[in-house]
Design a protein around this ligand. Structure first.
Ligand SMILES: Nc1nc2c(ncn2[C@@H]2O[C@H](COP(=O)(O)OP(=O)(O)OP(=O)(O)O)[C@@H](O)[C@H]2O)c(=O)[nH]1
Ligand SMILES: [Mg+2]
Length: 208
C-alpha cells in the first residue's frame, strides 16, 4: 500500500538478539510478542530469522524493536563478531524444565562477552530468560531462586520466567529490556571496539 504521508521523525531501531539452545522456545517467544499467537508444533529455525515490532517507551517516543531469532542449531562459536554488530542487548533463553539448556545459556553468555563490547567499552547487556514457566511443577520458587543465583554469578542483567504458551510476562520482559537500553543509554555493539582474541596479530609489526 502506498503511503501518502512521510514519517516526521526517524524511528530509532533497537537490535535485540535472541539466542539459546534448540527447542527452548525462542521463536515462540518472538511470535507471541510480534504476532500474539502460539503454535504447539513450531518448526526448528534454520539460520537466522528476523522480526520487528514498534513499541512506545516511557519517553513517549516510538522505537522499532528488531528481534533476531538465531536458530539453536547455530552454535555460538560459529557466529562472527559482525553478527553482533549493532546489538544493544542479547536475550539468552533456556527451558526451565531442561537443565542442559541452562548450561548452553552460560556458554552463550561467554561467547557474547568474548566477542563484543559497545562504544562505551562495556559488555553488551545480556538478560537470562527461562521459558515454559507453564511447565513448572510445585518447585517454581526454588527453581527461580536457583536461576536468579546463576544470573548473578554469570553477570546477566537479570533473570525472568516467561511462557510463550500462556503469554505470561512476554511483552513485559521485552519492553523492559528496550526501556533499559534507553534508560542506561546503551550504545550498539561495535566490531572495532571488540576484544582482541588474537594478541599475536597486533604484534606483527614489531621487530622479532
Ligand atoms: N509448554 C510450553 N511449550 C513451549 C513454550 N514455548 C515453546 N514451546 C514449545 O517448544 C517447542 C520449541 O519451540 P520453538 O519456539 O520452535 O523453539 P526454538 O528455541 O525457536 O527452537 P530452534 O529454532 O530449534 O532453536 C515447540 O513445540 C513449542 O510449541 C512454552 O512457553 N510452554
Ligand atoms: Mg526457532
Amino acid at each position: 500500500m502506498h503511503q501518502h504521508h512521510q514519517k516526521t521523525e526517524e524511528q530509532e531501531i533497537l537490535k535485540l538478539l535472541v539466542v539459546g539452545d534448540i527447542g527452548c522456545g525462542k521463536s515462540s517467544i518472538i511470535r507471541r510478542f510480534v504476532e500474539k499467537q502460539f503454535n504447539e508444533s513450531s518448526k526448528s529455525t534454520v539460520g537466522v530469522e528476523f522480526y520487528s515490532k514498534e513499541v512506545t517507551l516511557s519517553d513517549k517516543k516510538h522505537y522499532q524493536v528488531q528481534l533476531w531469532d538465531v536458530g539453536g542449531q547455530s552454535s555460538a562459536q560459529l557466529l562472527t563478531r559482525s553478527f553482533y554488530k549493532g546489538a544493544v542487548a542479547v536475550l539468552i533463553v533456556f527451558d526451565v524444565v531442561r537443565p542442559a539448556t541452562l548450561v548452553t545459556a552460560g556458554q552463550w553468555k561467554q561467547d557474547v562477552d568474548q566477542k563484543v563490547k559497545n562504544l562505551q567499552g562495556s559488555p553488551v547487556p545480556c538478560i537470562l530468560i527461562g521459558n515454559k514457566s507453564d511447565l513448572y511443577s510445585n518447585d517454581q520458587e526454588i527453581k527461580e531462586k536457583e536461576f536468579d543465583i546463576f544470573s548473578e554469578e554469570n553477570d546477566f542483567i537479570g533473570f525472568h520466567s516467561v511462557s510463550a504458551k500462556t503469554g505470561d510476562k512476554i511483552d513485559k520482559v521485552i519492553v523492559d529490556i528496550a526501556q533499559y537500553v534507553i534508560d542506561f543509554k546503551i550504545f550498539p555493539a561495535t566490531e572495532e571496539s571488540s576484544v582482541n582474541l588474537n594478541p599475536e596479530a597486533s604484534h606483527k609489526n614489531s621487530n622479532c
